[in-house]
Design a protein around this ligand. Structure first.
Ligand code: ATP
Ligand code: MG
Length: 557
């Protein structure tokens, strides 16, 4: 956050500073963020973005945005667009043009041909099950393919014909000839190319063979002159292969792979494949549903880029897997919204309150400070009058002693207005309170200096001057801390049936009539809210970003 140089260096910064002190890579630092465009970015990716772009910035270096688009069947332009937008929204800018692994398909192909010529790659006709059976186990060495001994000429001919489209999907693969008895399974003749007659979002139908991640990633890093290639821990055992491929092609500076622990958050899932299921099976309303842990979902929910960056900074980088509490993320959004939002009044579940000694047809403007946390904050007027709304649950007929709100015969203050006393109430045939009758004390106007001890302060709006809105309240998407941690139960079984509550009939102070999508407010006593993207001037819609206090901490106890 602040005083960067006073903080101790994380292990990646230590590596970078050592490299710099030894003059490696001509003293350059160049990182990259390499998403596969097969889904929307989630908060884990945001962590990786903050890390990679943060290091680029800190060491006066560069950071590329590279789409790792080697699997045409899962990748789409829609995802590319959303990822570009999310990275920008988070506040980062990449060096030069956006990069795509698909831009290097020809170079990768040429390198594959070079490996074949050197006797380091061969075409295998076996199907994927056979190949995977022959790989053995960490305890048991693999079995060499009967096609491993093919001549260079035969391999060149077959690979060229794979390229030309002569064979069906799955009929053949190109494999690296490394070591079938290596203790590292990744080194047991990994597949480099597979046949896929599929339309690619950028190269169209030009290619029908596509490189595997391992044969593309390190080479792409090398082409882009990346110095530090930061990835998550599951790639640790790919590192020898990453280096083996570089050994075959690289001259001069070459990228170094560094692994860190991926971000895990409780009460959610973070794999794009799982998130896609939630979208496709309509458990949520799209990738940017405010309950989703996606960057676009958090944005729509009302998170700010600052709050996500502060969160990423605070959790730091770890070498071991761990789980971060969801409430820590909420802490950071609260902290930021507390600083920047105006305090306004909104009644979510309204009941009428009439001030019987206030003249009919009279209104008076009361002045409220927009944000007491901000010394430059403006003030605004809110209309007071005889007919008001308050929250239903701020009134109780037979209240227990500790109910510091409104109850017959007792006084409360209306925020920014007067002290009122409940004189009576009206109920319908079912005993529901339909109207509360109060008197006000004109001497006690807020700011007048005249006051007395009252139990509580309630928010309210004026019946005639208020505006209507729909408010959407959210709870955690899953009821279980670790939805993926149950062997025989599908994670969707733990979806919280009450994760979305729509309140169609909320009453807001008139100040909010001009609020635009993504505008953020504190609704006094209720939490932080943000205007939804579906909101219009005819139908205002607000999302609750987060409540004022951590209600989950209490529930857990
Ligand atoms: P997922 O498994 O969620 O689909 P992925 O790793 O397949 O994610 P990529 O598009 O390949 O997604 O990831 C782009 C970058 O983001 C990679 O460098 C990856 O290591 C990083 N990344 C992905 N998930 C996380 C996470 N939870 N925490 C930190 N970094 C992550
Ligand atoms: Mg991936």
């Amino acid at each position: 956050m602040e005083a960067d140089n006073e903080k101790s260096l994380n292990f990646i910064e230590q590596i970078i500073e050592k490299d710099l002190s030894e003059g490696k890579n001509s003293n350059r630092v160049h990182t990259r963020f390499p998403p596969e465009p097969n889904g929307y970015l989630h908060i884990g990716h945001a962590k990786s973005i903050c890390l990679n772009f943060g290091l680029g910035k800190k060491y006066n270096g560069k950071t590329n945005l590279r789409f790792d688009d080697t699997n045409p069947t899962k990748e789409e332009d829609e995802y590319v667009k959303s990822i570009v937008e999310d990275v920008k929204w988070l506040g980062f800018d990449w060096d030069g043009e956006i990069c795509y692994t698909s831009d290097y398909f020809q170079q990768l192909y040429d390198w594959a041909v070079k490996l074949i010529k050197e006797g380091k790659a061969y075409v295998d006709d076996q199907d994927s099950e056979t190949i995977s059976e022959q790989r053995g186990t960490p305890q048991k060495p693999g079995i060499e393919s009967p096609f491993r001994a093919r001549t260079v000429e035969e391999n060149l001919d077959l690979f060229e014909r794979m390229h030309a489209g002569e064979f069906e999907d799955g009929a053949k693969v190109l494999r690296a000839k490394v070591d079938m008895s290596s203790p590292n399974m990744q080194m047991r003749d990994p597949v480099m190319y597979r046949i896929m007659h599929a339309h690619h979002h950028r190269t169209g139908d030009k290619w029908c063979i596509y490189p595997m991640y391992d044969f593309a990633h390190g080479q792409s890093d090398y082409i882009e002159k990346i110095t530090h290639s930061i990835c998550t821990l599951e790639f640790e055992n790919h590192k020898p292969l990453y280096n083996w491929f570089l050994d075959q092609i690289a001259e001069g500076d070459r990228p170094q792979q560094i692994e860190f622990a991926r971000l895990n958050l409780n009460y959610t899932v973070m794999s794009k494949r799982k998130l896609l299921q939630l979208v496709e099976e309509n458990y949520v309303n799209g990738w940017d549903d405010p309950r989703m842990p996606t960057v676009s979902g958090l944005r729509r929910r009302g998170y700010t880029p600052e709050s996500i960056r502060n969160f990423a900074d605070r959790i730091g980088v770890a070498k071991r897997d761990n789980v971060i509490e969801y409430s820590l993320l909420e802490f950071f959004v609260r902290e930021h919204l507390n600083k920047i939002t105006d305090r306004v009044m909104a009644v979510l579940d309204p009941v009428k309150l009439t001030i019987t000694n206030y003249p009919e047809g009279k209104f008076e403007d009361l002045e409220l400070i927009n944000n007491p946390e901000d010394e430059n904050s403006d003030k605004r007027n809110i209309p007071f009058g005889r007919n008001l709304f308050i929250e239903k649950n701020d009134f109780m007929i037979d209240a227990p002693k500790k109910f510091f709100r409104l109850t017959p015969g007792k006084e409360v203050r209306l925020k920014g207005a007067y002290i009122i006393k409940c004189e009576d109430y009206i109920t319908d045939d079912n005993g529901n309170v339909t109207e509360i009758l109060c008197t006000y004390d004109p001497e006690t106007k807020s700011g007048s200096g005249v006051s007395r001890k009252v139990k509580g302060t309630l928010h309210w709006v004026n019946d005639e001057k208020c505006i209507n809105a729909e408010v959407r309240l959210y709870d955690r998407l899953f009821t279980d801390e670790d939805p993926l941690g149950h062997k025989d139960v599908d994670f969707k079984e733990f979806i919280n049936p009450k994760s979305l509550q729509v309140l169609p009939n909320c009453k807001l102070e008139p100040h909010l009539a001009t609020a635009k999508p993504e505008d953020k407010f504190q609704f006094m006593r209720l939490g932080y809210f943000c205007v939804d993207k579906e909101s219009t001037s005819e139908k205002l819609i607000f999302n609750r970003t987060v409540s004022l206090k951590d209600s989950w901490a209490k529930k857990k106890k």
